[in-house]
Design a protein around this ligand. Sequence first.
Ligand SMILES: [Zn+2]
Length: 395
Amino acid sequence: MGTLTFQVTAQDGNARTGLLTVKHGSILTPAFMPVATRATVKALTSDDLHEVGAQLLICNTYHLMLQPKSDTIAALGGLHVFMNWNKPLVTDSGGFQAFSLGLGKEHAVGKLYFPGETYFESKRRGKSIVKINDKGIAFRSVYDNSRQFLTPEQSIRIQEQLGADMILVLDECTSPLSSKEYTAKSMERTHTWAKQCLAIHETDQALVGIVQGGHWQDLREKSANYIGSLDFDGFAIGGSLGKSKGDMHQVLEWVMPHLPDHKPRHLLGIGVVEDIFETVERGVDLFDCVSPTRLARSGYAYVRPPLGTKNNKFFYKLKSITYRQDNRPLDPHCTCKVCQRYSRAYIYHLLKTEELTGYSLISFHNVHFMLQLMKEIREAIAEGTFQTMKKEWIG
Ligand SMILES: [Zn+2]
């Protein structure tokens, strides 16, 4: 067992608040973790992330093991020192990239496959550069095309070198278009790998198991039962969440009753506003998603209700001529430093001229938006008004 304690502090239906403590500090849940893919949240410094109130970040093992390599980071004092971040950190196993560069690429889909919704993932179909067998995942580096082979043991050793507070087991993430037969086979492989990871894990980092099983009830229940029975410090729900939002909610309803109540639950890679409400309602404690910074780089700014609605998905395209002379802040109801000091017109101009500061300002605001949303959700759960808040936001 690693260093991790978790206490549920309030409950409103299945939604819950908690206090999660790991080596580098405590986190109030439900919590959103900005994604620091290559040891940085794009366009933001670690100081910005402290200022905006990020409680923890998640870094990407696939990228860091290839560049600058995990032994380099270990020699420089570990990931916390390397990126000047003294609060909690999570690393993933590298397995998800095998998906996004493998099946995800072949099927041209993301974790969720919603026909017509392309603003988020613009994946082009291509030949998979990944091969998976029972020993591990063979792939080519996106940096130098070198051949790589990642086993469960290597994934753990690499994450031990990186030194995050919470680390994830290696798993295989299937596509929403994978067959049931393939998903079942892949799930068994993930279970075997989970046990191997537990057996070889040596440090005091908290180790998180991952539930797979695609969008089939029997597979999801089997996986949640099995993974939930193992001695992990926390649990994550990974893999394909189906072909619609309804499927995703259904998957959570199958999985959650089989996971121990007293350990944290992380829904991997999900985090648009609507999903946050629906999944917090079903008992999820932790989220990670690139959406705030990815949207920022495409010139989209988040807005709260009443301007933000379910229809506009709580964001608007600032990089539109409409805002050329608009001297209001990005979101008139936002308390972040960018909204106190800069106008839409100014940031529009920066985006238009591709000035890098524009991306930093809008990213800061967007990350603030998500963290503020989580704070208000925690307050609503504690006060027993989560349903009222959910209604106000998404109807
Ligand atoms: Zn703001």
